[in-house]
Design a protein around this ligand. Structure first.
Ligand code: 5AD
Ligand code: SF4
Length: 440
């Protein structure tokens, strides 16, 4: 049978980057990607365990893979990533059609496992976590595009009490600056014009005395790189030096993801977030002061155990002060191994749902008002793809990470063009491209 693989990715950008790493490994072994799952010799799903909902999606996908396996028993089915840890026992017990289970630190084993797999039929499981694995010497196989995801550190030592990541991805470790810059240079050579530096805690990056802002400085010097983004930082590791570095380089985008999680000090403490609401607010004030026109996005959880209506109000208060440009909002989902899952004062589902809706409504207002401030202004937009609504229009992002739709004119994909913002509808902006000289 032809050596082809199909890979499907759930969860965060780190998983997208990991799937590219796996693709690189498979291609080195002579496998070729196929988009046709019905014909693939090997099917992989890279999984996410962050909330129960994410796991449910993978379970239902696995049901479909099972049906494929019934028709084609020779197909190899592999479960990769964060769910491998907690799924291991379930899979071994009642999902016998899964052949390979590999945790996020075990991908290097894949080629060798595929060799063994063709000979014997038992499950192969490796979910050991490593203190060192950063896949420094492996090059990912990226699909063509604008943005290259570059993983710079892995794991997390923060142990927020709601979060499964420290258990599924293990301890924090960083790559060397030289291997990161080599990878970015390669990406530029391959035609990428933007990179997003990735890590569970991207700004706790440290390697041989160098910190995250040192890395940013180095990456900013790489010729041909138009835009540098990074995600996801932890407020604890955001400081003036980092913000000044961001402000000091045109190619480091003026956008920052800044996860609040909750606005009440009582809840932040129970979450083990290590900052107070006052400190968080002071940091956002500093971000807005040091980085002109910055876009700030956030993550917020509602219904964390013990969250009262008054605590929730404090979250809304912080939102009203900061006016986030956008927010990812979640209902708290108890996760195995985490401390918060054991708290006795869990919040009922109806209350979580009701708070989530109020939060979303408030955020919609903030997003709209932040976006409306841009009407009449000129933004530099990187042309990324055709608009979903019209083949006559482009979609691209501003430096501050907002989507803008505008008539194609003479612009091409990957061009960085000046666009006058003409309207703001919800999350998306409309604009009109200007000539270069009009932008000056
Ligand atoms: N329940 C709900 N949301 C969660 N997140 C992480 N763990 C949980 C959980 N158990 C959210 C946090 C984090 C984002 C990636 O996912 O807001 O920043
Ligand atoms: Fe999870 Fe907290 Fe680590 Fe982020 S910082 S990955 S939320 S434990």
């Amino acid at each position: 049978m032809e050596k082809t693989y199909f890979i499907e990715t759930y969860g965060c950008q780190m998983n997208v980057a990991d799937s590219e790493l796996v693709a690189g490994l498979l291609q080195r072994e002579g496998y070729r990607e196929t988009k046709d799952i019905a014909r693939a010799a090997a099917i992989f799903v890279n999984t996410c365990a962050i909330r129960e909902h994410a796991e449910d999606k993978v379970h239902s996908r696995l049901g479909e893979f099972n049906r494929i396996k019934k028709r084609r028993p020779e197909v190899i089915i592999g479960v990769l990533g964060c769910m491998a840890q907690n799924l291991k026992d379930v899979l071994l017990e009642n999902k016998p059609y899964v052949d390979i289970i590999l945790g996020p630190d075990s991908y290097r084993q894949l080629p060798q496992i595929l060799h063994r797999k063709t000979e014997n039929k038992t499950h192969i499981v490796d979910t050991k976590l490593s203190r060192f694995e950063v896949y420094d010497d492996l090059f990912p196989s990226r699909r063509e595009g604008i943005n290259a995801w570059v993983s710079i550190m892995r794991g997390c030592d923060k142990f927020c009490t709601f979060c499964i990541v420290p258990f599924t991805r293990g301890r924090e470790r960083s790559r060397s600056i030289s291997s990161i810059t080599t990878e970015v240079e390669q990406a530029v050579e391959d035609g990428f014009v933007e990179v997003t530096l990735l890590g569970q805690n991207v700004n706790s990056y440290h390697h041989e005395g160098k910190e995250f802002h040192d890395l940013l400085e180095e990456v900013a010097q790489i010729p041909g790189l138009r835009r540098i983004r990074f995600t996801s930082p932890h407020p604890q590791d955001v400081n003036r030096t980092l913000l000044e570095t961001m402000a000091g380089h045109r190619n480091i985008c003026n956008s920052i993801h800044f996860p609040l999680q909750a606005g009440s000090n009582k809840i932040l403490k129970r979450m083990n977030r290590t900052y107070t609401r006052e400190h968080f607010v002071a940091l956002t004030d500093m971000i807005r002061e040091l980085i002109p026109d910055v876009g700030i996005s956030t993550d917020i959880i509602v219904g964390f155990p013990g969250e009262s209506e008054a605590d929730f109000q404090e979250t809304l208060d912080v939102m009203n002060h900061v006016q986030f440009d956008s927010a990812f909002t979640f209902k708290y989902s108890p996760r195995p191994w985490t401390k918060a899952a054991q708290y006795s004062d869990q919040v009922p589902e109806e209350i979580k749902q009701e708070r989530l809706e109020r939060l979303i409504n408030l955020q919609k207002k903030h997003t709209l008002s932040r976006n409306r401030r841009l009407i009449g202004k000129v933004e530099w937009v990187l042309v990324e793809k055709e608009s979903k609504k019209s083949s006559r229009q482009w979609a691209g992002r501003t430096d501050s990470n907002k989507w803008v739709i505008f008539d194609k004119g003479s612009a091409k994909i990957k061009d960085l063009v000046p666009v006058r913002i003409t309207a703001a509808h919800g999350v998306t902006l409309q604009g009109q491209q200007l000539k270069m000289e009009e932008a000056a």
